[in-house]
Design a protein around this ligand. Structure first.
Ligand code: ADP
Ligand code: MG
Length: 244
């Protein structure tokens, strides 16, 4: 199957005055279409730096990053912004929803940026809201929703443009365990039923079990890269199937 991500000996070195911090120290990694990868590792091991590079928010200091075969490692800021819009979806710990904007408008936002808001897009929005159990909340504002509901809005927004790759940095970090499980079921279903490729950062083994592959970082290097141990396989009757 096609490689979605191919990193070749990627370094990220930050210059802090006279001191150099090597956040990524020669990472090589490929991720194929349809994979669900958890990235783990102690604080400071380079997880967020790796996600920033995968997400085209930053460029490697050295080495190559091919996203769907395109070398994006030397892209300009504008080119990176363009590829982010077209190919990437992001979910963050803090949801990052616009507070004065309704659920529907939050989900529509990427389509407005990429000038794709249309009748067809309207149908897709409806379908995704239904899939994620959000239809009844479409006129609500984020502060009228629970944490789990807000994260589902963020996930809907992240997948509305049909991204090549969905990146989630500690998406359950602000949620209680029941809600975390619910959000992980959503991500599991998106990967399993819709074939969305996901890279997820977490420091919790219980969350990593939803992925099928676990990459552990240490000191900016890949310490291990293994199939997930005792993978969690949610019952088929989960949120994504309830409505569609
Ligand atoms: P993690 O997400 O695993 O906690 P990070 O990727 O945030 O790790 O950080 C990896 C290393 O790079 C740490 O030593 C951190 O202090 C350093 N680092 C991260 N971002 C920056 C930055 N913008 N400037 C300088 N050093 C940074
Ligand atoms: Mg981090």
């Amino acid at each position: 199957m096609q490689d979605i991500v191919s990193l070749e000996t990627v370094y990220k070195i930050y210059q802090m005055g006279d001191v150099q911090v090597t956040a990524l120290n020669g990472i090589s990694l490929t991720i194929k279409k349809g994979e669900f990868v958890a990235v783990m590792g102690a604080s400071g091991s380079g997880k967020s730096t790796l996600m920033n590079i995968l997400g085209c928010l930053d460029r490697p200091s050295k080495g190559k990053y091919y996203l769907e075969g395109i070398d994006v490692s030397r892209f300009s800021k504008n080119e990176l912004a363009d590829i982010r819009n077209k190919k990437l979806g992001f979910v963050f710990q803090s949801f990052n929803l616009l507070s004065r904007t309704t659920v529907l408008e939050n989900i529509e936002l990427p389509l407005i940026y990429s000038k794709k808001l249309s009748q067809i897009a309207g149908e897709r929005i409806n379908q995704i809201m239904a899939t994620l159990g959000l239809k009844e909340f479409q006129k609500h504002y984020p502060n009228q929703l629970s944490g789990g509901q807000q994260q589902r809005v963020a996930i809907a927004r992240a997948i509305i443009n049909n991204p090549t790759l969905l990146l989630a940095d500690e998406p359950t970090g602000n949620l209680d365990s029941v809600t975390s499980t619910e959000v992980m079921h959503v991500l599991h279903d998106l990967n399993h039923n819709m074939g969305i490729t996901i890279v997820l950062v977490t420091h919790e083994n219980d969350i990593a079990r939803y992925a099928r592959r676990v990459v552990v970082l240490r000191d900016g290097k890949v310490l291990s890269d293994t199939p997930s141990q005792s993978p969690a396989t949610p019952a088929p009757q989960t949120i994504c199937e309830r409505i569609t």
